[in-house]
Design a protein around this ligand. Sequence first.
Ligand code: HEM
Length: 512
Amino acid sequence: MRIEPTVGKNLGAKMIVFQILFASCLLIFILWKWKVSYWQRRDIPCIEAKFPFGSIADIVLMRKTIGEVYDEIYYQLGDAPFGGIYRFWWPALFVKDPELIKTVFVKEFPSFHDNDYYVNPDVDPILGLNPFNSKGEKWKYSRGIVTPSLTILKTKMMLPGIRLVCQQMIDYLNSHLGEHLETYELMAKYSTDVVGCSAYGMYGNSFEHPDSTLRQMSSKMFDGSLKGNIALLCALYAPKLGSILKFKILTEEVNEYFVQVVRKAVEQRKDTNTVRDDFLQSLINENNEAEARGEPPVFSDKEMAAHSMTFFLDGFETTAILLGFILYELSLNALPQEKLRQELLKVGTSLDEFEFDKIHEAEYLDRVVMETLRMHPSGTSFARSCTQDITLRSADGREVFVEKGTPVILPMYSVHNDSKYFPNPDVFDPERFTEENKATRPQFSFFPFGGGPRTCPGNKFAMTMVKLAVVAVVLNFSLAPREIPRGKLELDPLNQFFHTAKRGLWVKFDRL
Ligand code: HEM
């Protein structure tokens, strides 16, 4: 009987597997090295890439916020007006110079008209219709639907609803005098209700009913699950990977809730012949006009839900964050707080006296809001995608060729906090925003609402609801901090998209 030499055979097979594995690793490593030498090969100053996350490991591993990581890159690049970074192994251009930022936003918009985020409209149909996530012609279409509802005229029509929510907030604060309240949570109640009534005519009164479904949904938009976080990470930093994985960003529960809200509201308005002044009504009107012409509806239920949700998604969190920080900074800075109160008292003592023009004429109020947006912009950076090859030239004559498809990062938080434009950037000083002081800085050293044709269309509406809330608080309450912070505020690295405080912002409200 012959004995098969199995030991030798197994060893041979193992050797082959090992060699294949080794060769594959070597190949991946060589490919990786070649990929992450993109900027060196072009002689552009850059940040070295580390395997496998490139220059953004601390963001992906949620150790630091996007703003903090981009801030380190901003200073590592020294005097260079731009530089190269790697998000995983994909190269991205990092632009520091305000003149070049203007070029990307405004002058060369045809080469940078798309945001570099990826949302799959088949997987996330509601998010996919948001102008922020739309590209090319689809962006023009979805922006065109939202913008007419955010004009000054429409904002003025929303003022009574905003006043009502302000009054509910005052009542709430009156019943919590002397307590320390977390200002983001407080203001999320306010903004949920203001945006809810402006978008859908829904009066949730989150102050009286903190567990109202609308408030619950606004806090559940992104569920924080591993899959949801990976989807968000891909949308922000690895759009190509996102298109392969096809994970959902917005939770199904939230999607379904908003579709139902819209469906019910449309039916109810039809049955009771009610017409309102909110955003949803403008969509219903278009459908009614189409019906009268004997044409099919312009918007399906899903599309109506998606467009009204744009209002909600883009408006509720940005304003809540800003308001949270305004109250926090005013609590820490007693002199600006009192100066603001004196300015407002000259206009009136009750909310009704603060008509649209009066709100926007209050100069110091505007400076307080701008200074907060400078120190704490709600989002921390922009990413545009280069849509056609272009050579960018900085003021000092340095050039960079940007290939179609390259993401371009504009680090707003770092520019806003650069002492070159804002001396002592950690000091809250609204006087930086007097006309004389503004004239001394480059225009794009401050861009909290973005710039160019994609600039935030909700700016005026946001400023109205934010300023009226500040009026309501400052005229009725004095604000004091829970503690005086030692050093920089600790930011929340788990918040992938917005600039928020890790341990919250705590303020005590006392009746004046
Ligand atoms: C303090 C409040 C707000 C801040 C700081 C803010 C900031 C921004 C920023 C930085 C952008 C990106 C602009 C760009 O890419 O150039 C943006 C886009 C947008 N914002 Fe706002 N926003 C605020 C409130 C609102 C509100 C209340 C609404 C609507 C109800 C709104 C609707 C939008 C929309 C639809 C876009 C996408 C525009 C586009 O891509 O064409 N925002 N916002």
